[in-house]
Design a protein around this ligand. Structure first.
Ligand SMILES: [Zn+2]
Length: 464
């Protein structure tokens, strides 16, 4: 008997975890951390919903923490099997998991200092040593190669175009009936016609499909991100100000660098100093350049011509904290790309403290800004903001470029689904807020007429 249990990413975009049981073997696809609402975050702290020691393998769609951040806890709780991931994902995990552990340790330390935890002392969900232990179980695999797991299962990774290494995980089960069945996990689906990474790969067949619905209720709109960026850079540099861009270290930073480099090549903006100020963004940028198997045809042409597609003419990768501070001492226009993307922490904070009071400078938000973050409050036009306990007046221009999301929108999800030659027997809509999942369900039913359902937390379904 083969069954599938939904252990996360139901009614939310976080905590992705799906358990496939085939005979006496168990495969977990993704092992993500719950984030956001307290009710969800508490699930990270509960005992694992299944005994990790009873799971044989884990397969990863990609490295984002909401898909991978539970791995250290899972291993600490007894999982001993291999964690299969593409090369790009494996390399990103080596950056992201220790960083996630450091944040957990800082949270615990903060709770102890402020004395607000009911546990004495408050302990981190996991430590850097736990993250290192989990990384030892990671086994890199190539795209498009069927890997026999054992039992009746085989797994294959298909490029998804979302971030470096991202993939659809396709599982074949030979023991579910008279013929093998295929279960496809979409993970997060990327964008079409974006630079650097390949488009989402079309998939022709699946018996069961799990599809994400982050933007199931939205289209990103026709805004031309590159032209918007050019206008902002030109306007700000004419005033002699700095362009400060809070950006996610993995994905958005590299896309920005690609566009800025291209705008320079096309003579559409002046050559300015461009600083990437985030140790994680610096490491991720190097990985994006190194993993040529993920590059789209334009990026490959630049590789062949020995051009660094992610470096501008006057380019600075900032690793040390001292060098980071010295950027602000330099006069004249410049572009600073720094994390975190929602201005909730990281080095971007001291650049914001420095440039928000400056009416000549511009702060540009390029990703989703969650409720209550500094990023969202600045977007809403707040005139003062607290950073490091100080009230900072906001005189700088505040801009947003929304079309730089890494997720397929509703139209792009439908475009990917239209690649299937026949409808899956059952499609499960996951990884979305309830209204987004519902909107996507209606759209799939009305345009494709498929058999669609929105699973609930811990629901188990029989396959085959
Ligand atoms: Zn993702």
């Amino acid at each position: 008997m083969t069954s599938l249990e939904f252990l996360g990413a139901t009614g939310t975009v976080t905590g992705s975890k799906y358990l496939l049981s085939a005979g006496d073997k168990r495969l977990m696809v993704d092992c993500g951390l719950f984030q956001g609402l307290k009710e969800l975050r508490l699930r990270n702290w509960n005992p694992p919903p299944i005994d990790p020691a009873s799971v044989d393998w884990v397969a990863m769609t990609h490295a984002h923490i909401d898909h991978s951040g539970y791995l250290p806890k899972f291993v600490k709780s007894g999982f001993r099997g291999p964690i299969y991931a593409t090369d790009g994902t494996a390399d990103l995990l080596r950056i992201l998991l220790p960083d996630s552990a450091r944040l957990q340790e800082e949270d615990a330390e903060y709770a102890n200092r402020k004395g607000f935890s009911k546990h004495k002392p408050a302990l981190p969900l996991y430590t850097e040593a736990d993250a290192d232990a989990a990384l030892k179980q990671v086994r890199p695999v190539n795209y498009n190669q069927s890997l026999d797991l054992g039992g009746t299962l085989a797994v294959e990774f298909i490029s998804a175009g979302h971030i470096l290494g991202s993939s659809f995980v396709s599982v074949t089960d030979g023991g579910a009936g008279d013929r093998p069945i295929k279960i496809l996990f979409s993970g997060d689906i990327g964008r079409y016609d974006e630079p650097i990474l390949n488009d989402p790969t079309p998939v022709a067949h699946a018996d069961y499909l799990l599809v994400e619905s982050t933007y199931g209720d939205r289209n990103h709109g026709p805004q031309d991100a590159k032209s918007s960026l050019a206008e902002i850079i030109n306007r700000t540099s004419a005033r002699g100000g700095k362009v400060v861009i809070p950006a996610f270290a993995v994905g958005r930073t590299q896309l920005l660098l690609y566009y800025i480099r291209e705008l320079e090549d096309e003579g559409r903006i002046p050559i300015l100093p461009v600083a990437v100020d985030s140790p994680m963004a610096v490491s991720a940028t190097k990985l994006y350049l190194r993993h040529k198997e993920d590059h789209d045809p334009d990026m490959q042409r630049l590789d062949d011509a020995k051009r660094n597609a992610l470096a501008t003419r006057n380019f600075l990768l900032v690793e040390s904290r001292g060098a980071s501070k010295s950027i602000d001492a330099q006069k004249g226009p410049a572009i600073i790309v720094s994390a975190s993307g929602m201005a909730t922490g990281g080095r971007v904070l001291h650049h914001l403290a420095h440039y928000l009071p400056d009416a000549n400078s511009t702060v540009v938000f390029v990703g989703y800004q969650a409720q209550g973050t500094r990023g969202q409050r600045l977007q809403q036009g707040e005139k003062e903001i607290k950073i490091y306990g100080e009230i900072i007046p906001v005189n700088a221009e505040i801009e947003s470029i929304g079309s730089l999301s890494a997720h397929a929108d509703s139209g792009e999800i439908l475009r990917w689904l239209s690649g299937f030659k026949e409808p899956p027997r059952q499609t499960f809509i996951v990884h979305g807020e309830p209204h987004a999942a519902k909107a996507l369900e209606q759209k799939i039913v009305s345009t494709l007429g498929w058999n669609v359902t929105i699973p609930f937390y811990r629901q188990s379904v029989e396959l085959g």
